[in-house]
Design a protein. Structure first.
Length: 216
């Protein structure tokens, strides 16, 4: 799939956009680049939920499909929002939150939230994500490249991903890969898969993104 990018060519210190392709340069942080591109395209002083104008330093970024059920940090899943809306929306998807907002009474909202909680547990138990199926491609672990510094690996994060896999027989988030299958996000998924002889991992392959680190 392609991520949404600004239409014009751009050149910043850690990225370059040329003819609809995003090239990530040395020192990039994938998450920061995605946040900055989203603010660039959607603005940084407006909450998309309550429609209020927000001071620039008070704005947050909401994942429309939440991280907890696989929502990726890419512009089509990000929306600037105020802290209040972001925390009220919590783990709901964009659509679930719209339904929630249309319920008027406290008891209706409470019962809707408990339905949502069991729905999410069901999705996790099936080893699935709560994101559009067409975003996901199974990719062979042996074909994925990384340039992660193994000295910086966190044992805690590794164990967290591993124990999630043991419980749900699936991963909480898909990996995000560039068009040459270089890892952009979700490295621990790959690491756990490799250490447990899992041959395929779910991934979002970004056909219009390319890492340029150490390569010409
Ligand atoms: Zn708001």
């Amino acid at each position: 799939m392609n991520i949404i990018l600004p239409c014009q060519n751009l050149k910043e210190k850690d990225l370059r956009i040329e003819n609809g392709i995003l090239y990530l340069g040395y020192g990039y942080s994938f998450q920061n680049v995605m946040y900055n591109l989203t603010y660039f395209m959607k603005g940084k002083n407006y909450c998309y939920y309550c429609k209020r104008t927000i001071p620039r330093n008070k704005i947050t970024m909401d994942h429309m499909y939440p991280r907890s059920t696989g929502g990726p940090t890419i512009p089509q899943n990000l929306i600037p929002s105020c802290k209040r809306c972001n925390s009220e929306k919590s783990d709901m998807t964009f659509a679930q939150y719209q339904t929630y907002l249309n319920l008027s009474s406290f008891s209706e909202r409470k019962s809707y939230l408990s339905t949502i909680t069991s729905l999410k547990e069901g999705i996790k138990n099936m080893g699935m994500f709560e994101i559009p199926n067409e975003w996901i491609t199974p990719v062979k672990t042996s074909e994925i490249h990384t340039n992660i510094d193994f000295a910086n690996i966190s044992e805690t994060k590794f164990q967290k991903v591993k124990s999630y896999y043991k419980t749900y027989h699936g991963f909480q988030v898909p990996m995000i890969l560039d068009r040459n299958l270089y890892s952009l996000d979700g490295f621990y998924v790959l690491f756990v898969a490799k250490s447990s002889d899992i041959s395929y991992v779910p991934a979002i392959v970004l056909d219009n993104v390319e890492i340029r680190i150490g390569r010409n």
